[in-house]
Design a protein around this ligand. Structure first.
Ligand code: HEC
Length: 361
């Protein structure tokens, strides 16, 4: 295999499942293919089960099985006063030195597995010893558990442009055009959502800040309070049965056109969801005809739940717009706003206006 293909393979190794080996206390058995040029006898090896072990058990395994292997195979240079490469196994005394020393055990694993240690002139561990050593390192020293495999590290990653746009839309309902503001994402292995590839340059950081600013401006109310309003048109103000006096002439169906000559009251019922102060704003227009000027004066009363809240007297006008308001306190529930109009001079006869003529015909 050409060397350059080796690298990606090696990088995959930490995620690849380990081949777990059960080691039995046979004390013999060399695997075929491994030449053992030893005069040193093999070490009796106890079973080390492939499951993460409790610290006490891990320590016992070390003293019963691993220690003797190291003593037999390594102490010539790493013990009994020898400290080749700065390493003496008999200096590992405390529980911490033995069990919380993954860097050392990784070196041991690598050096023995690759037959670098012990050097060629010394007899290497037997296959059974080697298996026991590897098994203990993986389970006890590294705490690996095949029942709960470590999936490896996860790169904390940023969202790519598309994800950012979708997330903003889901969160605050604003469809932010990310492509206008954010630079295109890098692509790795044909994908644009790989954490390792989604880098964060200073310029991109600035763009994200700009994006966030614009998102906030669009998605979050600028003022801290907005008051709900309800608009009700005059045609939705209906006459109450009792309020209707209509001796001669037309019957108004709603509040759209009311005459200066008839007493009528029209109202509309609101549903107040919450208790509070409600501002009632009434817009009206007095629409007389240019000629002749009508001597009638109308008294207009605004009511909330039948109680007068404002009262005005209006003389004839051609096009007078009036906007009147009043704040009332309402408890939750139904409330009626009404509008009563009444001639102040009952003795006057209504002039026949163009509109009057049209309605009664
Ligand atoms: C014949 C002598 C000899 C024997 C036996 C021996 N080693 Fe070594 N070992 C050395 C020497 C020399 C070095 C230092 C090599 C270097 O620094 O290049 C070393 C280095 C090491 C290192 C690397 C230390 C470091 O900090 O990088 C490890 C791990 C190691 N040995 C493990 C073992 C194990 C495990 C055994 C037994 C299975 C063993 N060695 C047996 C001579 C030996």
């Amino acid at each position: 295999m050409p060397k350059r293909f080796l690298l990606p393979l090696l990088r995959l190794l930490p995620c690849a499942p380990f081949a777990w080996i059960f080691v039995l206390a046979t004390g013999c058995g060399h695997s075929p293919g491994v030449t053992v040029s030893t005069s040193a006898p093999p070490v009796a090896v106890a079973e080390i089960r492939p499951a993460s072990v409790a610290p006490e058990a891990a320590l016992t395994q070390f003293h019963q099985t691993i220690g003797p292997i190291l003593e037999q195979r390594c102490y010539a240079c790493h013990g009994d006063g020898e400290k080749k490469g700065g390493l003496a196994f008999d200096e590992l005394k405390t529980k911490e030195q033995i069990l919380q020393n993954p860097a050392l055990w990784l070196k041991v694993l690598r050096n023995t597995r690759s037959h670098i240690m012990p050097p060629a002139e010394k007899a290497p561990p037997t296959a059974v010893e080697q298996a026991a050593l590897e098994s203990w390192i993986k389970t006890a020293a590294f705490g690996l558990d095949p029942a709960r495999p470590d999936p490896g590290r996860v790169t904390i990653r940023r969202l790519n442009r598309t994800e950012y746009r979708n997330t903003i839309r889901d969160l605050i309902g604003y469809d932010f055009d990310a492509e206008q503001v954010l630079p295109p994402d890098d692509v790795g292995y044909g994908f644009d959502n790989i954490g390792d590839v989604l880098s964060f340059s200073p310029i991109r950081m600035e763009k994200f800040l700009t994006a966030a600013q614009s998102v906030i401006e669009h998605g979050v109310p600028q003022s801290n309070k907005s008051i709900g309003t309800q608009l009700v048109l005059a045609k939705d103000f209906l006459p109450a049965e009792s309020g209707l006096t209509n001796p001669d002439g037309f019957t108004p169906k709603n509040g759209e056109h009311l005459s200066f000559y008839e007493y009528v009251e029209v109202g509309h019922t609101y549903q107040a969801k919450k208790a509070g102060d409600y501002r009632i704003i009434v817009s009206a227009k007095i629409d007389g005809e240019a000629q002749p000027v009508d001597p009638q004066v109308a008294k207009v009363t605004y009511k909330s739940d039948g109680k007068a809240i404002r009262q005005f007297e209006y003389p004839w006008d051609d096009a007078l717009y009036s906007v009147e308001d009043k704040i009332v306190h309402w408890e939750p529930g139904e409330h009626k706003v009404s509008f009563a109009i009444e001639p102040t001079k009952p003795e006057l006869q209504p002039l026949r206006t163009r509109w009057n003529t049209a309605s009664s015909s």
